[in-house]
Design a protein around this ligand. Structure first.
Ligand SMILES: C[S@@+](CC[C@H](N)C(=O)[O-])C[C@H]1O[C@@H](n2cnc3c(N)ncnc32)[C@H](O)[C@@H]1O
Length: 209
């Protein structure tokens, strides 16, 4: 991420992938809107871009790194449907400040750049905070059983693990299994540009379902 002239940080990747992700969110999110929690908002570019195109959704951006919160606020300064960014580490025992019955949860590019324990915490938190029938939308690169992993993703995985042995691309089957344990049903996977996926889970009516 690079800095602009004000508090806004800039991620070239976030600018590249925001439109393909948004197209899917527009299709997947109910048109009546509701409250959406974005976990790991980073610079805040996705929050600004997507909330503008989803005016019926109240967008709650968040991140574990308090230093990026001013950037999120600056990117979203003119967006009436964006709430003040929340300081949220998914690994925290409770998610203070997060409404109890979210209508959607969106998280891009976190699972591979955090320890697996944090991924599990994200799924458990989604299970606790999403209302039944509400979607969890996870974007990023994943490894799929029986599908050759793209060379660019293999290189990315090696680079991540060299930076931090606890990081790395996650196996879709592991994410799906952990999600089920958290009360989230796998619904579909959508192929997005640059070998990324958007995974769609639904909060089951029965947490054990
Ligand atoms: C690669 S950036 C992704 C930013 C943005 N979602 C995007 O796709 O452009 C990963 C973000 O995850 C945040 N993060 C890392 N661990 C976290 C955790 N345990 N809880 C919440 N956010 C976390 C980092 O602070 C960083 O902003």
């Amino acid at each position: 991420m690079s800095a602009m002239n004000d508090a806004r940080l800039h991620s070239a990747a976030a600018e590249r992938n925001r439109e393909p992700i948004l197209r899917e969110l527009q299709r997947l999110l109910p048109s009546e809107g509701g409250t959406l929690l974005e976990v790991a908002s980073g610079s805040g570019q996705h929050a600004a871009w997507m909330s503008a195109a989803l005016p019926h959704w109240r967008w709650l951006p968040s991140d574990a790194d308090a230093r990026v919160l001013p950037s999120i606020a600056a990117w979203c300064a003119n967006q009436p449907n964006v709430l003040a960014p929340l300081h949220l580490d998914v690994a925290a025992e409770t998610w203070a400040g997060v409404p109890p019955a979210l209508d959607a949860l969106y998280c891009a590019n976190l699972l591979h750049i955090a320890p697996w324990q944090d991924g599990l915490a994200l799924l458990r938190g989604a299970g606790r905070h999403l209302r039944p029938g509400a979607p969890l939308l996870l974007y990023g690169p994943f490894v799929q059983d029986g599908v050759p992993t793209a060379a660019s993703n293999l290189a990315f995985d090696a680079d991540l693990r060299a930076r931090n042995p606890a990081w790395g691309l996650r196996r879709l089957a592991d994410v799906s299994d952990a999600a089920r344990e958290a009360g989230l049903r796998f619904q579909e996977q959508l192929a997005l540009p640059a070998n990324n996926l958007l995974l769609v889970f639904m909060r089951a009516a029965d947490p054990a379902g």
